[in-house]
Design a protein around this ligand. Structure first.
Ligand SMILES: *Cc1c(COP(=O)(O)O)cnc(C)c1O
Length: 274
C-alpha cells in the first residue's frame, strides 16, 4: 500500500519509459497505443471505483509533425494538446481542412500571445496570472467567443514550474468572474517528475483537496469540476486520485527527441528528482 491514500494499490509510475516510448508510424500504431492507454485508464478507474466515462484522454501532439497528426486523426483523435502557441497555431492553420480537429493549449502563455489563443484554441489549461486572464478576456470579447480555461497550480513546490502556489489559488479564482469570456472548468497541474510514486501521488492529492476547499467558497459562476493531471508516466496514479483529464503525449505518439527543458524549466537534463 502507498502511504497517502488508504485502499488504493501501490501503482508505480511509468517514468522508466520516458524517452523510450515507441514512435507511432501508422494508423494501426495509433489505434494500438490509444487502446492500450484507454485500457490502462479503465483499469485505474476500476481500482478507484470510478466510471471511465468521467476521464477524458487528451493526446498531446507537441513536436509531432503534420503527417503523423493526420494518422492520429484517422485513428480517432479530435482534440489535441499543444504546449507552445506558435507551434499550435501553425498546425491549426495547416490542418484547417479537418474542421472537427480542435486544439487545447496546455503551456505557459505570454500576454502578447493572447490574441492568437483567442482566435483558434478550444481550451486553455495553463491560466496562472490575472494579466493573462485580462488579455485573453479582452481578445475573446473582440472575437465574440468564450474559452474553457483551467487554472494551473504548482503542486510540486518546484520553483521552476509554472502555476500558482496552492495558497494563492482561492484569491485568484475569486477574481475570475470579472472575465466573462473565460469559462473556468477546473484546475491543472504537473506533478513532481519522480520515480517515487508516493511523492507523485501527493501532488495529485494536493490538487484534489485544493479543489474540495475551493468548492466551499468559489463564486457561483466558477465551475471546478475538472482536474487535469497526469501524463504518460503518471496518469494512472492521477486517475486514482480523481483526474478527469489526462494529458498524454509519448504513450500515444512515441518518445520526443526534444528534451523537457524546451517546455518547462527543469532541474537539469534527465530531471533527477530533487
Ligand atoms: C508534454 C506535456 C504533457 C505530456 O507529456 P508526456 O510525457 O508526453 O505524456 C503533459 N502536460 C504538459 C503541460 C506538457 O507540456
Amino acid at each position: 500500500m502507498n502511504g497517502s491514500t488508504a485502499g488504493l494499490p501501490d501503482t508505480p509510475t511509468q517514468h522508466e519509459q520516458h524517452g523510450r516510448w515507441p514512435r507511432a508510424q501508422s494508423v494501426e500504431d495509433f489505434r494500438h497505443n490509444l487502446s492500450t492507454v484507454n485500457g490502462r485508464i479503465a483499469d485505474a478507474c476500476r481500482r478507484a471505483g470510478r466510471d471511465p466515462a468521467t476521464v477524458r484522454l487528451l493526446p498531446v501532439s507537441k513536436t509531432v509533425d503534420e503527417a503523423h497528426i493526420r494518422l492520429a486523426y484517422a485513428a480517432g483523435c479530435r482534440l489535441l494538446g499543444e504546449n507552445k502557441l506558435q507551434e499550435a497555431s501553425r498546425k491549426w492553420e495547416a490542418m484547417a481542412d479537418l474542421p472537427d480537429l480542435q486544439w487545447s493549449v496546455i503551456g505557459h502563455l505570454q500576454t502578447n500571445k493572447a490574441k492568437l489563443v483567442a482566435r483558434f484554441a478550444a481550451e486553455f489549461q495553463a491560466l496562472d496570472s490575472l494579466r493573462v486572464a485580462e488579455a485573453l478576456d479582452r481578445r475573446l470579447q473582440v472575437e465574440g467567443r468564450g474559452l474553457d480555461v483551467f487554472v494551473q497550480v504548482n503542486t510540486s513546490g518546484e520553483e521552476s514550474k509554472y502555476g500558482l502556489p496552492p495558497d494563492e489559488v482561492a484569491a485568484f479564482v475569486r477574481q475570475l468572474p470579472a472575465f466573462s469570456a473565460l469559462r473556468v472548468r477546473g484546475l491543472m497541474t504537473l506533478a513532481l517528475f519522480s520515480a517515487e510514486a508516493a511523492r507523485v501521488r501527493e501532488c495529485f492529492v494536493l490538487l484534489r483537496s485544493l479543489r474540495e476547499r475551493l468548492l466551499q467558497h468559489a463564486p457561483a459562476s466558477i465551475r471546478l469540476d475538472d482536474l487535469s493531471m497526469g501524463m504518460s508516466g503518471d496518469y494512472e496514479i492521477a486517475i486514482e486520485e480523481g483526474a478527469t483529464v489526462v494529458r498524454v503525449g509519448q504513450a500515444v505518439f512515441g518518445a520526443r527527441s526534444t528534451p523537457d527543458s524546451e517546455y518547462w524549466p527543469v532541474w537539469g537534463e534527465g530531471r533527477p528528482s530533487p
